[in-house]
Every structure is written in structure tokens, then in C-alpha cells.
Design a protein around this ligand. Sequence first.
Ligand SMILES: Nc1ncnc2c1ncn2[C@@H]1O[C@H](COP(=O)(O)OP(=O)(O)OP(=O)(O)O)[C@@H](O)[C@H]1O
Length: 297
Amino acid sequence: MPIIAAQGLTMRFPRVTALDSLDVSVEAGVVGLVGANGAGKSTLIKILLGLLPPTEGRASVLGLDIAREGAAIRERVGFMPEYDCLPPDVSATEFVVHMARMCGLPPPAARERAADVLRHVGLYEERYRPIGGYSTGMKQKVKLAQALVHDPRLVFLDEPTNGLDPAGRDEMLALIRRIGSEFGISVLVTSHLLGELERVCDHVVIIDGGKLLRSQAVESFTAVSGVLTVEVQDGRDTLGEHLHAQGVAVRPEGRVLVVDIAGEQTYDLIRDGVADLGLHLVRLEQRRHHIEDVFTS
Ligand SMILES: Nc1ncnc2c1ncn2[C@@H]1O[C@H](COP(=O)(O)OP(=O)(O)OP(=O)(O)O)[C@@H](O)[C@H]1O
């Protein structure tokens, strides 16, 4: 059963059509929803949570109908909103316990679950301090923790890497991957950056102007290409010239050489070249496409 299915989903605001007859169906796993700012990602999430009735069309989440079963959907789905909505004067622990209580957990279970999820997202001693003094990364973790506290089957994460520095972004992406793989919770994560979703998602849905552009397994975007990446220690140009002299299509790119594969003999020529020149081979691998290549080529 798909975790999310939409048919002809349309949302017209007075001045703009945010979703335009969207048909999409995705299976369990970590799913990326990609689109430029204003593409309709947040609107889709609000509709899927049963919080905003669409102008036209139908959709279901975990097999539940958004028009009739919104409350049941929200019981089973966690939501991390894009913008901050955190009370500055309470601690992360107090806030997440409160959110667990709102979901119907009794006090001891709420405290236990809150402690667990805060640990999972990487908030430790700081969880007793008021949220107002937190960094952006810590606030994102609190928002993620509250989305997970009621043990949902699916979470919607709206731009979770927004405002994070590269280290914070990597940490958040790793956490998202763990939610899917270790906790077995399906994830719908939005971003305007294709590249970062490629690293953590099984499947990506790309929308533009409220229309579906693609819905595809990440693996099928990132199929192996027809080029090899060769890295040697101190000898990139020597090896490049040597291969070129043997008719190999080769070009330097940063620290590596990029070689077009013209059959099995290309591997042999590289191996023999490295050996003949007495070089130390660091890396020889077939390059994979990146999702972004699909849209820039
Ligand atoms: N309540 C609303 N009333 C009027 N227009 C709206 C409303 N909510 C969203 N829109 C418009 O619908 C379009 C899609 O907005 P949406 O927030 O879904 O995009 P998004 O892909 O999530 O982008 P972002 O990442 O910038 O939030 C935008 O043009 C936005 O201005």
C-alpha cells in the first residue's frame, strides 16, 4: 500500500495555484519532496495532514482519506514545520513532554518517550535549558523530537536543514536516514536542494509550480555513468599524458583524472599505465550520476 497517494490534487489560492492537478503515489521509505521556493511543498503537507481542504482532487495518507480521516492521519503522522513555533521560556524536555501529553500519552510514558527522542536527536544536558537560548541546529532538533514523540508511522519534515551550517546539515541528514533505517518510520522530507536529498532518500518527488515533474527511485537517477574517476598520488599529469598517448579520452578534474570508458581495455590501460610509471593508485571507480545532472544536462 502506498504511504501517500494523490489524484488530481489542486489548491487554488486567490492569486496563485499552489498545486495543479497533482497525481503522485509513493511507497514506504525515505521520500524527498523537492521543489524551488513556492513550488507547493508546504501546501501539499498541510493538505496531506488534513489541515487544509484542497480545491479539487483526492488524497490518502497511510490508506486514510484526507477529507474524512484527518484526525486519524494526525495520530499516526508526525510533523516538523518549516518555521519556528517554539516557546522560548520552557526547556526542550518540558516542551516535548507537553507535546507527548497532547498526543494522549500518560505522564510517565510522556516523560520516558521525551527523554528517548531527545537523546536520539542528540540533545543531552542542554535539554533542561530554556529553548530561547538554543542555536538554530538545536531548535531544529527540538522540532524533530516533538514530531517523533508519539511514535508515528510516518513523519513530514518541512525543510529540516534550513538555516543550518554544513556540519549541522550533515548531522540532520544522518538523523533523517536513521529515522528511516533504524526506527522504521517512513519519512517525507522537503528541500529545495536536490543534492542533499539524494544522500538520504530512497525516492524523490520533484514538483514545480504545483505540477509533478518526476517521481522516481533515487537509484534510477544515480545509475553508473560511462566514465571512470582515477586518482593517483603525485602523478596526475604524467598518467594523463601517458593515457592520452595511447588514445584514451582523458581530462583532469581537480585532483583526479576523468576517463571515458571504451570497453574493458580502458581498465587495462590504466592499470598498466600506473604500474609502468611506478605510481601509487589511490582510487579507481566508475562515476555515478547525480540527480542534479538530470536537470542541468
Ligand atoms: N494561505 C495562503 N494564501 C495564499 N497563497 C498561499 C497560501 N499558502 C501558500 N500560498 C502560495 O502558494 C504557493 C506555494 O506555497 P508553498 O508554501 O506551498 O511553497 P513551498 O514549496 O513550500 O515553498 P517554501 O519552501 O518557500 O515554503 C506560493 O506561491 C505561496 O505564496
